[in-house]
Design a protein around this ligand. Structure first.
Ligand code: ATP
Length: 294
């Protein structure tokens, strides 16, 4: 079983020719509500890639919370430990304009109430083959989950997004970090991915820097360095490519695949996701990933 200790949001997406300026009202073309949040996305990616997945986090007692819970459950994610707290669920208010550019307001809501894991959540983490973490929950909560994993000898895989400085207390308990190149630069202060990789390996045993259509770089403290090319596909929507990559990588590693094979699996899954519109709806099933690799 893989556990995900992370955020769950409702994405409220308005599509418009041109985003409104201050004081202006414009008529949009379409509106969609899409369950998201990096935690929920990674959980769904891992479940679709073939793992048993338990989600740890919180939603509010509103309609969005119920919809988020249903979406996770329908994707096969265990939501028994997903808390329902008083107040609103987390939301991301997203305006997408005709150039494909967007502006986003995230209101953490229930995600902001999550604290370090309690006894029941620690037991779930301790019983996992890996725990997936991101930075959309309060830092103390994420650090608590990473430390619970370390105490239980469970690998903790961190996507450091949104990027911020990472305290030693957190990184000491993380076994693998997966930033994209911008996050890697923000975390390390190194703009070249190769240099950022070395800087990350001073602080964690293993690191993967994802480079979009350029693939990914991997390194471990034991001296291994790998570069995996992205699978060539016609990109339709790269939303959540990174979350698909992280979820699939955790599945491959938890099944005992070595780094090179696990990276190939994750790259195949991420490439399949960019061929389709949407976030969780675009994530490939295990059968699709296996077919792409054969
Ligand atoms: P997002 O924020 O959209 O979730 P990200 O910035 O976290 O993505 P990226 O580095 O863009 O992550 O992409 C993650 C992985 O997805 C890449 O390492 C690659 O394997 C795959 N990928 C991304 N874009 C493409 C593409 N255009 N074609 C093929 N594979 C892609």
């Amino acid at each position: 079983m893989i556990s995900v200790f992370g955020s769950a949001n409702m994405d409220l997406v308005a599509y418009v020719a041109q985003a409104p300026r201050r004081g202006e009202t414009v008529t949009g073309r379409a509106f969609r509500t899409i369950p998201g949040g990096k935690g929920a996305n990674q959980a769904i990616a891992a479940a679709r890639a073939g793992a048993e997945v338990t989600f740890l986090g919180a939603v509010g007692d509103d309609g969005f919370g119920a919809e988020i819970r249903d979406t996770l459950a329908v994707a096969g994610v265990n939501v028994e430990h997903l808390r329902k707290v008083r107040g609103p669920s987390g939301i991301a208010h997203i305006v997408v304009d005709d150039t494909g550019g967007n502006s986003i307001i995230v209101v953490p809501g229930a995600n902001g109430t999550v604290t370090a894991p309690d006894a029941a959540e620690r037991a779930v983490i301790a019983g996992s083959r890996a725990v997936l973490l991101q930075l959309e929950l309060p830092l103390e909560a994420v650090t608590g989950a990473a430390r619970a994993a370390k105490e239980a000898g469970v690998p903790a895989i961190l996507t450091p997004a949104p990027a911020r400085e990472l305290p030693d207390e957190l990184l000491d308990a993380v076994t693998l970090v997966i930033p994209n190149e911008h996050e890697a630069a923000a975390v390390t202060g190194e703009s070249e991915p190769e240099a950022a990789l070395e800087a990350l390996l001073d602080r964690v045993p293993e690191a993967v820097i994802t480079l979009g259509s350029e693939g990914a770089l991997y390194g471990s403290r034991s001296g291994e360095r790998l570069r995996v090319a992205a699978v060539r596909v016609e990109a339709v929507d790269t939303t959540a490519a990174g979350d698909t990559f992280a979820g699939a990588l955790a599945v491959a590693r938890s099944e005992g695949l070595a780094a090179a094979e696990a990276l190939r699996f994750a790259s195949a899954a991420a490439a399949l996701s960019v061929r389709r519109q949407g976030a969780s709806t675009s994530m490939p099933t295990r059968a699709e990933i296996d077919a792409a690799l054969s």
